[in-house]
Design a protein around this ligand. Structure first.
Ligand SMILES: Cc1cc2nc3c(=O)[nH]c(=O)nc-3n(C[C@H](O)[C@H](O)[C@H](O)COP(=O)(O)OP(=O)(O)OC[C@H]3O[C@@H](n4cnc5c(N)ncnc54)[C@H](O)[C@@H]3O)c2cc1C
Length: 299
């Protein structure tokens, strides 16, 4: 059996495409490897998405997205797309359990976090070192957190953690953070958040069931080392396009469209964008798929 359209990724881009394709009368199949909602689940407070004048937490927004797609009867399959292939027979998506044949595919796989690539990071990943608050174990009020990064996401993570933890230490390499002024001033108002500028993480290790984050500061030509002891570290030093499933193919976006393959959301830009942009991209991808499928049916 060949599907009209398979959508890979159930973040805002993929879900919007699915909603619109349903309205066009198609039966999209969404494949999601983790949780419905994508990166939005990590957003502390979304204040720039129209319709929510007081802002809305990322998790609550995702709850509303999920209600809408389940009410419309969109099929979301909890599987990982491992590979996408294109040949004379058409498009196929190889998942962890099966091969899905499709007339068209929307890749809405978002981004993956950059790693620090320091000793200890890989070993402690998923136990002490995390890349988004949604993956952290439940925090007690005595938990101490280190956030690594000076961008919007790092400051958003610090704010989210500060209400649930005893202390949050934010380490970043530059003299000043690169986050929105709005987020920086909110962080500065929190008594339990401390900023460590001009500092780099050099190693993670554990000691007496705590995480030790070794850092170095370049000051006056000499490196000053400092260890921060905490329970968990959250790393937010940027993200890049998640194109792992296309690793065997070099695909030009314009040529791909002619074959029924479309891209939507952060994966197109190769960095974290905005929910509104991902939603717009999802709508455009759905229109392109509908046009492609209608033309195909005339052949
Ligand atoms: C901390 C934080 C705060 C933010 N706050 C805001 C904000 O206030 N306002 C705003 O507009 N934006 C905000 N953003 C940005 C916003 O969340 C993203 O731009 C948006 O989620 C991108 O949507 P997307 O659908 O392109 O990708 P994603 O949301 O990343 O979704 C991609 C989905 O694809 C799935 N996937 C990936 N690979 C596979 C595979 N091989 N098989 C199956 N599934 C796969 C992933 O599991 C994921 O669910 C924030 C981001 C962060 C990190």
């Amino acid at each position: 059996m060949s599907h009209d359209v398979v959508i890979i990724g159930a973040g805002p881009a993929g879900l919007t495409a699915a909603i619109q394709l349903k309205r066009f009368g198609f039966e999209p199949l969404v494949v999601e490897r983790e949780r419905i909602g994508g990166l939005v689940l990590n957003a502390n407070l979304v204040e720039n998405y129209p319709g929510f004048p007081d802002g809305i937490s990322g998790q609550e927004l995702v709850r509303l997205f999920s209600t809408q797609v389940s009410w419309l009867g969109v099929n979301v399959m909890p599987e990982e797309a491992k590979q996408l292939s294109m040949n004379e027979a058409g498009l196929s998506v190889v998942t962890s359990r099966q091969v899905l044949k499709a007339q068209s595919v929307i890749v809405a796989t978002g981004t993956i976090p950059r790693r620090l690539d320091v000793p200890g990071e890989a070993d402690l990943r998923g136990r002490r070192v995390f890349y988004g608050p949604i993956d952290l174990p439940r925090l007690g009020c005595s938990a101490d957190i280190v956030v690594v990064g000076g961008c919007d996401a790092a400051f958003d993570y610090a704010l989210a953690a500060s209400s649930r933890a005893r202390s949050v230490n934010v380490i970043f390499r530059n003299a000043k953070p690169r986050a929105l002024n709005l987020l920086v001033s909110r962080v500065r108002q929190e008594d339990n958040i401390t900023l460590y500028p001009n500092r780099e993480v050099t190693r993670f290790e554990t000691s007496n069931s705590k995480l030790v984050v070794e850092t170095a500061e370049e000051a006056g030509g000499g490196a000053e080392n400092k260890s921060l002891v905490c329970d968990y570290a959250l790393i937010a030093i940027g993200r890049e396009a998640n194109l792992e499933l296309l690793s065997n193919a070099r695909i030009d976006e314009k040529e791909a469209g002619g074959l029924g393959l479309f891209f939507a959301g952060d994966v197109r830009r190769g960095r974290t964008g905005q929910i509104g942009i991902a939603v717009g991209d999802g709508l455009i991808a759905a229109e392109n798929v509908a046009r492609f499928l209608k033309n195909e049916s005339h052949l």
